[in-house]
Design a protein around this ligand. Sequence first.
Ligand code: ADP
Length: 334
Amino acid sequence: MKLNTPIKFTLFLGLILCLHIILYLVISNYLNIYISATLLFTLLMTSIFFTLKYQFYEKIKIIYKNIYKFKGTSNINDFNLENADKEAEDWANQKEEELLIMQKNENYRREFIGNVSHELKTPIFNIQGYVQTLIDGGIEDEKVNMKYLKRANISVDRMINIVEDLEVISRLETDNNELDFENFNIINQIEEVLDQLELKSNKMNISLKLTNESSSEIVYADKNKIQQVFMNLISNSIKYGKDGGTTKVRLFDMSDKILIEVADDGIGISENALSRLFERFYRVDKNRSREIGGTGLGLAIVKHIIEGHQQTINVRSTVNVGSTFSFILEKENE
Ligand code: ADP
């Protein structure tokens, strides 16, 4: 019989007790009454001890051991029936939380893959359409052949942009956001980025300005990643700027830190879009972003990098007035 219910266990203990009473009645005829009572009491205690030990304590200990094995330690010297239920409950809660996180990650992953394929589908179908038209005779038509090839080329560029941004995100995640901290001159770095974007800003007739109100020019951060942050923020300020507008990069002193702002007087962002701005593939105006080669990943990358520096990226914006993105970096580490 398996002692797996309270009733069975009570019956079993009752049976043991009866056996001991019968035994006592039998041996008390032969031995002194005190000796037989002591003998039977010891025997009874021993039977109860082993029953409890092997039916309950050892089984619970195995469960406890398994919990500790999952927790990554085999030390169960503190095993105590009194706190076993609490330990088991804590463990179950922890597992439930882990499961919820895993489910959330799984949903996120599924959504992400859906977004990626959706984003790539449009340029691929566009290219397919142009190539098919050229194959079907368009190649001979002087009026359309060059136009379709150029359009196909724009779609290829768009795919390259998406893949490059995905690569950056994947690298940020696989390196576990490991940063390569060093002291570097941030003014030089911003000037470098402004130089690289000069052509783009000239096309939009946007002037780029840099002012430093901080006492220092040296920051302690991951140089390459911060370069990417400036590249994304400043190129956005041009992409979503207005003809004849200005982008200002300003640095302010904050004792041992520097506050950096990238401000434009462009189209601005509506209040309800601000909360979703840093999500992957989120764009306020999908068509405008796509037309100008946006991937919807730039700000997600910026957020990833700034949070990797244990800081937050902030934005304030007013439609038709402009947007200001800001973040903080540590000053030179001596
Ligand atoms: P994208 O590649 O589309 O520019 P981002 O992640 O860089 O993707 O930006 C997400 C969206 O945020 C953009 O599509 C745009 O709608 C909005 N946005 C970003 N920067 C600005 C800005 N400086 N002014 C106005 N809107 C902006």
